[in-house]
Design a protein around this ligand. Structure first.
Ligand code: SF4
Length: 162
């Protein structure tokens, strides 16, 4: 056990540090009442799933999003923020609109990853909308292919003013 502990201390953190300088520039934009608790609905809109897996990592013990009052909810009716991955696949556009409409006001949309921002590697593809801002009103963008969990948690804490 002691050896394991020493090895872990020596090894340090295995996950990647965030590299997106733009993340730090995200201003705090949410009203004060949303800064203690932020409920998120995740919407995969044609992603390759790598962005989604990085989002899943936010729940592990290293990032521990619940520690910050951030949680993922099963229904858009309970969500404040819609985190979208993927370029907005055309067959999912209606579902994206319905999801957004189901959210109560005030509500925000975050484009997660290069695909969601501008189509990324799917730009120009026949079944791609070319970015989520062509589908929904995007408020926040987190670049990367994929963005690391470090980038994502910084972005979320940034918009919460933490
Ligand atoms: S941004 Fe990169 S990792 Fe994310 S969905 Fe697009 S191709 Fe996949």
């Amino acid at each position: 056990m002691l050896n394991l502990l020493l090895r872990k201390l020596h090894m340090g953190r295995l996950t990647e540090q965030g590299i997106n300088s733009q993340i730090a520039q995200i201003p705090s934009a949410l009203p004060a009442s949303f800064r203690q608790s932020l409920q998120i609905r995740h919407l995969a809109c044609g992603s390759c799933n790598a962005c989604d897996w990085e989002m899943t990592a936010l729940g592990n013990s290293l990032y521990d999003h619940q520690h910050f009052g951030i949680d993922f909810v099963a229904s858009p009716r309970h969500a404040d923020l819609l985190m979208c991955t993927g370029p907005g696949a055309t067959q999912l556009v209606n579902a994206a609109h319905e999801t957004y409409e189901a959210m109560a006001n005030p509500k925000w949309v975050m484009a997660v990853g290069d695909c969601a921002i501008n189509g990324g590697v799917f730009k120009g593809a026949y079944a791609s909308s070319g970015g989520m801002d062509r589908v929904l009103p995007v408020d926040f963008k987190v670049p990367g292919c994929p963005p690391s969990p470090d980038d994502l948690i910084k972005a979320l804490l940034g918009i919460m003013g933490k």
